[in-house]
Design a protein around this ligand. Structure first.
Ligand code: AMP
Ligand code: ZN
Length: 113
């Protein structure tokens, strides 16, 4: 499996991991776009939102729940933050393993794209 996020999840390559459980893992983005920039992924290799199967929606729900906990841990929960999921080329998705960005720690731009 040459997926970089699967390799981080399995410990084959190092990641700055801030949270993990049976289903979800979260780590710091290697090229942060904000003072707090985390990546939250399911351990299961789902290439993108487009390729979710039945039952995968529950995993995305868990990713959101983990992200809100991490926002508290990172001290941005009260100030505000952004969760985003890019899908496909025009959506700006570079890594083909479903992931959610948690961005915070500065005033984010109003622009979404
Ligand atoms: P996306 O454009 O939504 O696919 O975002 C992919 C994100 O993964 C980017 O913000 C990258 O900086 C980040 N990234 C790529 N490789 C790594 C890595 N090895 N460890 C942590 N973050 C990574
Ligand atoms: Zn993967």
């Amino acid at each position: 499996m040459d997926c970089i996020f699967c390799q981080i999840a399995s410990g084959k390559i190092p990641g700055d991991i801030v949270y993990q459980d049976k289903e979800i893992i979260a780590f710091r983005d290697i090229n942060p776009q904000a003072p707090r920039h985390l990546i939250i992924i399911p351990r299961k290799h789902i290439p993108s939102l487009d390729q979710m199967k039945e039952g995968d929606a529950a995993l995305v729900g868990r990713m959101v729940a983990v992200a809100t906990k991490l926002a508290k841990d990172e001290g941005v929960a009260g100030k505000g933050y952004r969760l985003s999921i890019n899908c496909g080329k025009e959506g700006g998705q570079l890594v083909p393993h479903l992931h959610m960005h948690l961005l915070g720690g500065r005033q984010l731009s109003d622009a979404l794209g």
